[in-house]
Design a protein around this ligand. Structure first.
Ligand SMILES: O=C(O)CCC(=O)C(=O)O
Ligand SMILES: [Mn+2]
Length: 218
């Protein structure tokens, strides 16, 4: 395998893009944090609360493998969506949110005008080739005044940014390694999703894309 088979490491790093009133895309913002994030995922989070394929309320298996860290973990099952204190797989608390995760999430929120964001939950999504996430709203959180901070690692993906109603046509945004999206306020309930991941290799995450979604659940 030669190096040029791997994807580029960051695109338009340092650039900031605005979609709508309050959807911010910070290109490459997470790059300085990557080594620490990967180390925490590998040594702390995944051994304690392994990735797993959860079930949708409709009975389908998600194509994205998931786990969580923080005080609460987002879950989907036949009974619906919820935030849980305990990991149902281990019956123990979710792994603590690593300090570097909190630092990154707060720095990105601050940069985009959300001064006092204190996430209590981080959902970790791992996409393999073909994995996708259908259009949905993040609306299981108690306090919708807090933004969503979403970090992309590894293979590039196409993010679908819809409107406040499902019928509105979604725009496609390419997300690359190290990109951070922050959305809130008037745009907090925008529909969004991820198109099926293409087959590729990335030097850091190999054959997958990892997404970290920071939220204030409580
Ligand atoms: O993977 C992404 O970029 C989005 C993930 C997402 O929207 C979610 O987990 O709710
Ligand atoms: Mn979402």
């Amino acid at each position: 395998m030669t190096l040029d088979m791997f994807e580029q490491d960051g695109v338009n790093v340092g650039q900031s893009e605005l979609y709508g009133q309050d959807v911010h895309l910070l290109r490459g913002f997470a790059l300085p944090y990557i080594d620490d994030i990967i180390m925490a995922l590998t040594l702390q989070i995944k051994p304690q609360s392994p990735l797993r394929y959860m079930t949708t309320p409709g009975g389908y298996s998600m194509s994205v493998a998931m786990t969580n860290c923080g005080q609460r973990g987002w879950l989907t099952s036949r009974s619906g969506y919820c935030y849980a204190v305990l990991d149902p797989l281990t019956q123990k608390h979710w792994p603590d949110m690593p300090a570097i995760f909190m630092t990154l999430a707060q720095a990105a929120a601050y940069r985009t005008g959300f001064d006092d964001f204190i996430p209590d939950s981080c959902l970790i999504n791992e996409y393999q080739a073909g994995s996708k996430m259908s259009l949905h709203q993040d609306k299981d959180e108690a306090d919708l005044s807090a933004p969503i901070v979403s970090v992309s690692l590894g293979i590039s993906a196409t993010f679908l940014l819809g409107g406040l109603v499902r019928e509105e046509k979604a725009v496609r945004i390419a997300l690359h390694h190290g990109d951070v999206m922050v959305w809130g306020r008037a745009d907090r309930l925008r529909f969004h999703g991820i198109l099926p991941l293409k087959s590729a290799l990335h030097s850091v995450t190999k054959d997958c894309r990892i997404n970290l979604t920071f939220r204030k659940a409580l």
